[in-house]
Design a protein around this ligand. Structure first.
Ligand SMILES: Nc1ncnc2c1ncn2[C@@H]1O[C@H](COP(=O)(O)OP(=O)(O)OP(=O)(O)O)[C@@H](O)[C@H]1O
Length: 323
């Protein structure tokens, strides 16, 4: 990834007739960067993606790709390609014809089309599937073809709208890894919409955390996890204890940043309510005078404690948020 700005959104507002939408959006995506737009349902992720792709017109602001404002161009004239949640392959066409369609429109010579399709099918690990129809493939395979189709158009910016959300967890993780590999190998710029914070953390160079039509924070996965800019971000990303130590004031501490020791003292004390083995870590649930606090510890540490035991909690990293 280099420092060249590939996509820039300046003061963009898109409001629907009912007043919903996104306001004053500013962001920059560098060449070769994978940026995720992350947030709960309805926060405006898809709206931003669709304005970049040209499927929605914005009310105000500019969208620049390589420094040129593309806001007035129709989708097919923009240097973007979009992959949707549902695979959107043409059911009556073979894989080959689905892939060839866009290239034919662009008058690419026949022999070159065949070569490029061969290459892209290898890239998405679907060689030999040219003659298949979409309904002869699994969801994951169809989505590979949909991604292949968008890559063939050699977009300056690839737009992906929750492309893996219809797939089961294992395939989703595999697709994520493969997408990341293809994206870095080809050095393409990607904007990826997801409501799944784990997916965003795993995939992104940077992530835009959104809340009700506005941006709360833009940063690397490390920054938004370790240095959340607001209580909203702290709450949305990862697990967080919010301990109300005074009216309206919360100490926020992640369960993995709490050490549990026998006896009293520490930053807070309490009684062990429950000990739950959750695979490679154990969750200890501690009742304190400010409510329940969760700590993640190793199995061997958890083994030292019994339910009902009095314990001290030590915080290695915490921050304060007021309401
Ligand atoms: N065509 C539309 N007309 C009116 N309001 C809309 C329209 N499309 C979206 N909205 C509203 O705009 C807001 C943002 O919607 P958007 O689809 O961008 O959110 P999202 O974050 O992508 O959500 P999801 O994860 O559910 O797709 C929501 O309040 C939504 O109800």
């Amino acid at each position: 990834m280099n420092e060249t700005i590939k996509l820039e959104i300046q003061n963009m507002t898109k409001l629907y007739k009912n007043g919903d939408g996104v306001k004053n959006i500013n962001l920059k995506v560098r060449q070769g960067e994978l940026m995720t737009l992350l947030g709960p349902s309805g926060c405006g992720k898809t709206t931003i993606l669709r304005t970049i792709g040209g499927f929605l017109e914005c009310n105000a602001g500019a969208i620049l790709i390589d420094g040129k404002d593309i806001a007035d161009l129709p989708p097919e004239k923009r240097p973007t390609a979009m992959v949707f949640q549902s695979y959107n392959l043409w059911p009556h066409m073979t894989v080959f014809d689905n892939l060839a369609f866009g290239l034919k429109l662009r008058k690419v010579p026949k022999a070159e089309i065949a070569d490029r399709i061969l290459d892209v099918l290898n890239l998405v690990k679907m060689p030999g599937t040219e003659k298949k129809y979409p309904n002869q493939m699994s969801g994951g395979q169809q989505q590979r073809i949909a991604i292949a189709r968008s890559l063939l158009l050699k977009p300056e910016v690839l737009l992906l709208d929750e492309p893996f959300s219809a797939l089961d967890a294992k395939i989703r993780m595999q697709m994520r890894e493969e997408l990341r590999k293809i994206q870095t190998d080809l050095d393409i710029t990607v904007v990826f919409v997801t409501h799944d914070q784990e997916e965003a953390m795993a995939l992104s160079d940077s992530t835009v955390v959104m809340n009700k039509g506005s941006i709360e924070q833009i940063g690397s996965p490390y920054e938004v996890y370790h240095h959340p800019a607001s209580r909203y971000v702290a709450d949305f990303i990862g697990e967080m204890n919010f301990i109300e130590t005074q009216a309206g004031m919360h100490t926020a501490v992640r369960p993995e940043n709490i050490r549990v020791e026998k006896g009293g003292g520490g930053d807070l004390e309490g009684q062990v309510r429950n000990i739950m083995m959750l695979g490679h870590y154990t969750e200890m649930v501690v009742q304190t005078r400010f409510g329940i606090v969760k700590a993640f510890v190793s199995g061997s540490e958890a083994d030292l404690f019994k339910r009902g035991e009095h314990v001290a909690l030590y915080f290695s990293d915490s921050r304060q948020f007021s309401e």
